[in-house]
Ligand binder design. Structure first.
Ligand code: NAD
Length: 339
């Protein structure tokens, strides 16, 4: 397509994330416009489309992808719906930005990986947006510069004020900790080899059927140990912290983002309420990078391999969570397409 023309994007799934991406594509970033919104909830899609010039509402992703004015697809439906939309987009050789998780399980991720391999070139960027966050980029740079030596351990904390009612215990692993899985693989530039999930005595705020918080331990190829606290119902706000312990020092991010206020004999500040606010800049950079690369005819950012590897770690994590034992991660051989 001409680099002068705005990229026509179909947004599949117009819930919390999808609606935010529609706003971002329309009002925040450059080079794209939303030409289609798709949701199985026809009313939701129509009310969004009505507010955007030249945008059509659909209920079937395949029909939207066939439209003349759709050049690329942003998938923001729930994880279990991703595979069908990805396979259809790849069948049409359309560029895709797919929200995490690529798919909820490794077998489905592998089917998508095989579909992209059959195409023979990369088409999909996976929405692991922490790779675009300014703090994480600084942390990555310090580690890559090498002055601190090898990374021996990573401490990570991921706290949410509360989860929606439909959020299951398994989703603590495959919907939340999946971010730390990708961050770990990306920061350390290696695969995670085993997962062990530990459950402390639950908080009184934990919903029935969910042990919350949980502590997840990853082992990696180089022998590094990575601890992740996942707390779904901490009650006080949204926090994400990461600290790397290296041979010659430590480097950490995410202490607090808000201004520090001192008054009346106290100091303190506000805790970010949710991920949309905490990672707003990262989402903006992620989507802009996808649009820019697509308009250049390139594919950058986290790949289907990254999505598959995370899904395989999730599968091991969910098994460990269920059976209370250490579970090794099984990966197929990495195809040449993913370098
Ligand atoms: P949501 O429930 O708010 O919205 C999902 C929407 O998709 C709903 O409107 C639903 O009607 C629609 N839908 C369901 N099945 C569909 C299908 N087959 N085709 C088209 N539309 C369909 O969910 P959400 O919180 O917006 O999450 C959507 C995706 O974004 C998930 O993959 C989730 O993991 C991801 N997410 C990512 C982040 C992040 O930080 N990157 C944060 C939250 C959610």
């Amino acid at each position: 397509m001409s680099s002068q023309r705005a990229l026509g994007v179909a947004v599949v799934g117009t819930g919390k994330m999808g609606a935010d991406h529609v706003r971002r594509l329309s009002d925040v970033i450059s080079g794209a416009r939303v030409t289609a919104v798709v949701d199985i909830d026809a009313e939701r899609a129509k009310s969004l489309a009505d507010g955007i010039e030249g945008c059509t509402a659909y209920t079937d992703p395949a029909v939207a992808m066939a439209a003349q004015d759709v050049d690329a697809v942003l998938i923001a439906s729930p994880g279990p719906a991703h595979e069908a939309a990805l396979i259809e987009a790849l069948r049409r050789d359309l560029p895709v930005l797919c929200e995490k998780p690529l798919t909820p399980d490794a077998a489905a991720a592998l089917r998508v990986l095989e579909a992209e391999q059959r195409l023979g070139h990369r088409r999909v960027q996976v929405g692991f947006m922490r790779r675009y966050d300014a703090d994480y980029l600084k942390l990555k740079k310090v580690l890559d510069d090498g002055e601190l030596g090898r990374t021996l351990m990573l401490h990570q904390r991921h706290r949410n004020p509360a989860m929606p009612e439909w959020f299951t215990e398994e989703m603590l692993i495959n919907d939340s900790v999946v971010h730390e899985m990708d961050v770990t693989r990306w920061l350390l530039d290696q695969e995670i080899t085993a997962v062990t999930v530990h459950k402390p005595a639950p908080s009184a705020k934990a919903p029935a059927g969910m042990s919350d918080p949980q502590f997840v331990l990853f082992e990696t190829e180089s022998g590094a140990l990575v601890g992740v606290e996942i707390f779904g119902h901490c009650g006080f706000g949204y926090q994400v912290h990461a600290e790397a312990v290296c041979e010659h020092g430590t480097v950490g991010i995410g202490a607090e983002h808000e201004p520090l206020v001192t008054t009346g004999g106290r100091w303190g500040g506000r805790v970010t309420p949710d991920y949309l606010e905490r990672f707003q800049d990262a989402y903006d950079r992620e989507v802009q990078a996808w649009v820019d690369a697509t308009r250049r005819g390139e594919v950058t950012g986290p790949s289907i391999w990254d999505g598959y590897a995370a899904a395989a770690v999730c599968e091991a994590g969910v098994l460990s969570q269920r059976e209370g034992r250490r579970v090794e991660v099984e990966l197929v051989e990495r195809p040449a397409l993913y370098g």
